[in-house]
Design a protein. Structure first.
Lengths: 577, 159
């Protein structure tokens, strides 16, 4: 049947079983929005395009399915660049559609023209400018295929308005074959054998797992292998929840804000088995001092991840789950008593801690309670900063897709819209955003989306009155020069203030409780320890969007910490220590 | 080390930009670049000459392979190959040195393709070394202008 380009887009999305699309219209996308009008497509109108891209991302990370957003040309397209870059860094499958000026005027600086494919080239896995409506259906098919296969990532399709209006015969391709794009699935069996030999010979192995394990749903295989051969497991921020918490083999996170024992284990290992992790600098610390005595096995679907930062002795390119299934039978059963005992000792030497006995509002305590009360079954998304690290330390996500956070790009303003996106993919689940007071203000306008769609997303603001993570660095490495990190500072404050005190500081803006109420959401302020648990309980019981504005200790710091550029050996476990 | 890399790509709009961006984003300087259709008009071959550390080069090769429009990447340094480039040189001539220059052109099997009162244009093809040597010999007479194509290369046939 003959259809317009805009209709072809809508029909193709339905063929791809797209459940929900996020976005915001504009002049060069009008035909698309006209085709959406009255169609079966479930479209969620956001208040900012950046939020639309993060919602698509949160939807994708929480469900494993591709997230989709549609925005207009020019400013609509430039507004999603941060969302694309966030998804690109963390290997999240997104398909973004942008309106574009008519093909006849491309290059003439037409109204709301931007070189969208040019701007987004470095932050997408691939992008397309569709110049002929005849190529549209095939391009959409390719976009979904590229976004979701191999190492997933965002793909953008730019559609000029005349192509949206153009008419052609519509047939959605069943199959697809791109001769220049063939991701490797099966690992080289010779390499897998060699990897097994190294593991079998090792005495102090560590499994280091990242987002690739989550993407390939390889958690069961990681668990099986670690149990079979008694191998402790450390995870990156993106793999929180991919391995059970609190067992003798769980090391928790490694790296800059990793646990003392995970970092000690890595540094003392004689074999590192990296699976779906890319040796990011936040994980390795000073590269030349990383795991010096270890043989490195690196399993990754992306060949460019291998030997990019750390040379590996045994690289294996392919899908994590497929490779592990082949590797596990070759790995001998083992018991590594000495190694595990050594790790137990490190666990006792410097546990994750905060003062549980005083009556201050410690942010860690809030998350610990939340974790207990939800049993890790709620989907938690985070913003970026100190609260994010505390969430990673104390929220015991029951599965990896229950912990969603911007790792590679560290995008403030990600958490709230990502939480909304996650909710649209999991309407039956509790979604809780652990937010910093700074980050939340970057996309809080999306409360309208939560309210109008009855999404009932819960937001826990750990309000420390600061851009806390930056303040921590200023305290530790810049002589307490709290330059432009205080969010309460106003005209009349002492210029060089570094002695914050809630009772004396200017009133905090905005009043998050009144702000929440203005949307019809429930707002609760918490200022004392005894009110934390009741407020969390109330939040979980409430059938509405909720904002908890929790006024925490202002100058609490995240520990452990490996200073930027230092070796993982030089981990600091407490202030002045 | 100097590497001659051959990249077979889909003959599509924007591919050259993708490849140029990739090199630029990694701070890699391209010595020369030649692009043209192959025996299959749907496929273009880019011949890229770069100098750099082998580790970085391995990373660049992998990054090239990762681009969706790239069909095949070969580092010709790993195989036997032939390469050619072409240069045009506009050379100052006088009555007294004209014969000498002509002789030089002959020795290098270059060609004169334009002649005027006070200059000639010579065309030379060959590998980088040959072209460099010719330019060096001509330099003392005065080169008014010069331009060069990127190097093109093919792997040798099986022996
Ligand atoms: C978009 C963006 N801008 C700036 C930064 C740098 N940055 C990292 S953490 C942080 C502070 C975040 O403050 P808040 O959300 O209040 O969290 P806290 O650290 O106080 O828990 C800043 C400014 C960033 N990560 N992202
Ligand atoms: Mg803060």
């Amino acid at each position: 049947m003959e259809k317009t380009g805009a209709q072809i887009l809508v029909e193709s999305l339905l063929k791809e079983n797209v459940e929900v699309v996020f976005g915001l219209p504009g002049g060069q996308a009008l035909p698309i929005f006209d085709a959406i009008h009255g169609s079966k497509l479930n479209f969620v109108l956001t208040r900012h395009e950046q939020a639309a891209s993060h919602m698509a991302d949160g939807y994708a990370r929480s469900t494993g399915k591709p997230g989709v957003c549609i925005v207009t040309s020019g400013p609509g397209a430039t507004n999603i660049v941060t969302g694309l870059a966030t998804a690109y860094m963390d290997s999240v499958p997104l398909v973004a559609f942008t309106g574009q000026v008519s093909t006849a005027v491309i290059g003439q600086d037409a109204f709301q023209e931007a070189d969208t494919t040019g701007i987004t080239r470095p932050v997408t896995k691939h992008n397309f400018l569709v110049k002929d409506v005849k190529n549209l259906a095939k391009t959409i098919k390719e976009a979904f295929y590229i976004a979701t296969t191999g190492r997933p990532g965002p793909v953008l399709v730019d559609i000029p308005v005349d192509v949206q209006r153009g008419i052609c015969e519509f047939e959605y391709p069943e199959k697809i074959d791109i001769r220049s794009y063939k991701p490797t699935i099966h690992g080289h069996s010779g390499q897998i054998k060699k990897a097994a030999e190294i593991i079998n010979k090792s005495e102090r192995p560590v499994l280091y797992i990242g987002a690739g394990v989550v993407v390939s749903n390889a958690e069961p295989e990681i668990l099986e292998m670690s149990k079979k051969s008694d191998i402790p497991v450390t995870n990156t921020l993106l793999a929180v929840g991919a391995y059970p918490h609190d067992t003798k083999l769980s090391l928790n996170m490694l790296g800059m804000h990793g646990t003392f024992w995970a970092n000690r284990a890595v540094q003392n290992a004689d074999a590192i088995i990296a699976v779906g992790a890319r040796f990011d600098d936040r994980c390795t610390g000073k590269v030349c001092d990383f795991a010096k005595s270890a043989n490195i096995i690196h399993i990754d679907v992306d060949p460019t991840s291998i030997a990019k930062i750390i040379d590996s002795d045994i690289p294996v390119v392919g899908d994590a789950k497929t490779i592990l299934k082949e590797l596990i039978p070759l790995v001998k059963k083992a018991e590594r008593k000495d190694w595990i005992e050594k790790i137990e000792k490190w666990k006792k030497e410097a546990p994750l801690e905060f003062d549980r006995n005083d009556d201050k509002v410690h942010p860690q305590y809030v998350i610990e309670k939340l974790s207990e009360m939800t049993k890790g079954e709620a989907i938690v998304t985070t913003e970026v900063g100190q609260h994010q690290m505390w969430a990673a330390h104390y929220y015991k996500a029951a599965k990896p897709r229950n912990f969603i956070s911007s790792g590679g790009l560290g995008t403030m303003g990600y958490g709230f819209p990502a939480g909304l996106g996650a909710k649209f993919g999991n309407m039956d689940k509790e979604v809780i955003v652990i937010a910093g007071d700074g980050s939340f203000q970057m996309n809080m306008q999306e409360m309208a989306v939560s309210m109008l769609n009855k999404a009932n997303v819960k937001v826990v603001i750990l309000n420390n009155q600061y851009l806390g993570m930056v303040r921590q660095w200023q305290q530790m490495f810049y002589e307490k020069h709290y330059s432009h990190t205080c969010l309460a500072k106003r005209k009349g404050c002492p210029d060089l203030c570094n002695t914050p005190d809630r009772d004396k500081c200017p009133v905090y803006l905005p009043d998050f409780v009144k702000w929440a109420e203005s949307y019809g959401a429930l707002g609760i302020r918490v200022q004392s320890k005894k009110d934390i648990e009741p407020a969390l309980k109330k939040m979980l019981e409430t059938d509405n969007s909720v904002v908890l504005d929790i006024w925490t200790e202002i100058e609490e710091n995240v520990f452990p910490m490996v200073p930027a550029g230092a070796s993982l050996d030089d981990i600091i476990t407490r202030m002045n220590g | 080390m100097r590497h001659t890399i051959s990249v077979l790509v889909e003959n599509k709009f924007g591919v050259l930009a993708r490849i140029a961006t990739l090199f630029a984003a990694r701070g890699f300087n391209i010595d020369s670049l030649a692009v043209g259709e192959t025996e299959d008009p749907a496929i273009s071959r880019m011949t890229i000459v770069v100098k750099g550390d082998d580790d970085i080069l391995e990373q660049v090769t992998k990054q090239l392979n990762k681009l969706v429009d790239v069909i095949k990447v070969n580092d010709f340094n790993d195989v036997g190959y032939v390469e050619r480039g072409l240069a045009l040189l506009k050379i100052n001539v006088t009555k007294s040195n004209r014969a000498e220059i002509m002789q030089m052109v002959d020795v290098f099997r270059a060609k004169i393709i334009d002649v005027s009162q006070d200059s000639i244009i010579a065309e030379i093809t060959g590998d980088e070394e040959k072209i460099d040597a010719f330019v060096k010999m001509i330099m003392p007479y005065g080169i008014k202008e010069m331009c060069q194509t990127g190097t093109v290369a093919l792997a040798r046939g099986n022996k």
